[in-house]
Design a protein around this ligand. Structure first.
Ligand code: HEM
Length: 495
């Protein structure tokens, strides 16, 4: 997943942040260096004139497309073009399945919903998830994202069980309390929406991971996690002083803290709540126990997967509601209806209330489509594969392009328009996949929607927000979000 996934510099959703950071030195590259690079490229060109991608079994057809220059492939084009037009231009020229070559990896990109389904669902065993080794090291190699087969499905069941509606419906009050604590701190101040949403989504992720909060331990975990996060998108250089090194150190300390919690759980033979409870429960009841590191890697993995994603989507929701005043008023009316009922019945927001927010739900769906914060996911062919009349060699990356599918006018007319009413009719099968599809699809989708609904209930009925500055545009941090994380001035809502 692009998520823990892969980080995207502004010009390209494919390249790790490290490459983006390294743009600065390019500004001072001298003409001499340029000439050397040019000469080097020429030599490489000659050496690789009959280059490897052309060698494939006779009669087998690789997908159409350009592999670009030897080694460099089309990486520079992806860097310099808007990634959306990079994909769109190639789709126009070569069709919905095309090959390219990015960062040394031959890739097949797929923007056809049925073909994406084959990769993610029906033939998923032929396409394994693939992540840069540095990311695997940092999250923990035993986290479920990185696996296929029996280990993955065992863990997936445990993770899913902790995030099913039946498991999370009891968390509504706790999540609501987080919102009620946050909102007054925003009043009459300018907040960085992305940063605040990250704080919120992190607190919710901690509940889903650990169940009831033990404040002192949670504080320690939070601090270490923040350090880990800072190094996550840095150059993977494990030398003293680098962000990566500090992050790896924090990762080790985090392991120690988590091991203590896990040991405590084992000794008490008490399962507790949240994902930790489920993973410990698997230990208590099954012969085939999970090791401490398997539990720790999956706890960290879920927090990683849960918080930047949800925070980025929430930031877009605020942007779209801000830009569409009538829609904001309509959402407010829907939420005020629920608020009146809650006051009349002298109770707090419940899970059932969140099931009766059709317009707000459609706003979230349309945000997931329009912003498509996960532009695509990565898979790798585990063997030579015959695919829709083409040949995909073993080891090639295969990328279902979520964003391109979500922005196809055949499925979503006038795709650039923010129009929640399009979800009054269910989308065609496999055309709306913000949470992925198949064995690796997102187990946290219901929790993500729930926390967005709870926040929007209180925010729209009590506050208004005005974007500060007139800078439109997108930044990648690591997901695409409005420029500068959307600074907004929050004021009380006067009816
Ligand atoms: C709006 C927010 C979110 C979005 C857009 C999102 C999107 C996705 C997508 C597209 C995938 C599949 C990636 C692939 O096939 O390679 C995924 C996987 C995953 N997500 Fe989410 N996610 C969100 C929130 C969450 C939350 C809140 C949690 C947990 C509490 C979570 C946990 C996971 C996990 C554990 C996986 C890996 C599943 C596996 O490999 O089997 N996500 N997510």
């Amino acid at each position: 997943m692009e998520l823990l996934f892969f980080s995207f510099p502004p010009s390209s959703p494919l390249l790790p942040q490290t490459c983006y950071d390294s743009q600065v030195p390019f500004l001072v590259i001298t003409p001499i260096l340029f000439s050397s690079l040019f000469l080097l490229s020429l030599v490489l060109l000659v050496l690789l004139s009959s280059h490897q991608w052309r060698h494939h079994p006779k009669g087998k057809l690789l997908p159409p497309g350009s592999m670009g220059w030897p080694y460099i492939g089309e990486t520079l084009k992806l860097y310099t073009e808007n990634p959306n037009s990079f994909f769109a231009n190639r789709q126009k020229r070569y069709g919905e399945i095309f090959k390219t070559h990015i960062l040394g990896c031959p890739c097949v990109m797929i923007s056809n919903p049925e073909a994406a389904r084959i990769v993610l669902v029906t033939q998923a065993h032929l396409f394994k998830p693939t992540y840069p080794p540095s990311k695997e090291k940092m999250i923990g190699p035993e986290a479920l994202f990185f696996h296929q087969g029996a280990y993955h499905s065992r863990l997936k069941k445990l993770v899913q069980a902790a995030l099913l509606p039946s498991a999370i419906r009891g968390s509504v009050s706790e999540i609501e309390q987080i919102v009620l604590n946050f909102l007054p701190t925003w009043e009459n101040t300018t907040i960085n929406t992305l940063q605040e949403m990250k704080r919120y989504a992190f607190d919710v992720a901690m509940i889903s991971a650990f169940g009831h909060k033990r404040d002192t331990e949670m504080k320690g975990i939070k601090q270490l996690y923040q350090c880990l996060e800072k190094g996550y998108n840095s150059m993977p250089l494990d030398l003293p002083g680098t962000l990566f090194h500090k992050a790896m150190k924090a990762r080790k300390q985090l392991n120690e803290t988590l091991r203590r919690l896990i040991q405590e759980g084992r000794e008490n033979e008490k399962e507790g709540g949240g994902l930790l409870g489920n993973l410990l429960g698997a230990n208590i009841h099954k012969v085939d126990k999970l090791s401490d590191s398997q539990i720790a890697d999956n706890l960290i993995g879920v927090i990683f997967a849960a918080h930047d994603t949800t925070a980025s989507v929430l930031t877009w929701v605020l942007k779209y509601l801000h830009d569409n005043g009538d829609l904001l008023e309509a959402v407010t009316r829907e939420q005020e209806g629920i608020q009146r009922k809650i006051i009349e019945e002298n109770r707090r927001l419940t899970w059932d209330d969140t099931r009766h927010m059709p317009l707000t739900t459609r706003v979230i769906q349309e945000t997931l489509r329009r912003a498509s914060i996960l532009s695509f996911t990565f898979r790798e062919a585990v063997q030579d594969v015959e695919f829709e009349g083409y040949y995909i060699p073993k080891g090639w990356k295969v990328l279902p392009l979520f964003r391109t599918i979500h922005h196809c006018a055949d499925f979503f007319p006038r795709p650039e328009k923010f129009d929640p009413s399009r979800f009054e009719v269910p989308p065609r099968p496999n055309t709306f996949i913000p949470f992925g599809n198949g064995v690796h699809s997102c187990p946290g989708s219901e929790l993500a929607k729930l926390e967005m609904l709870i926040l929007l209930h209180h925010l729209t009925t009590r506050y208004r927000w005005q974007v500060v500055g007139d800078e439109d545009g997108i930044q990648y941090g690591p997901f695409p979000v409005p420029k500068r994380g959307l600074p907004v001035k929050v004021t009380p809502y006067k009816k």
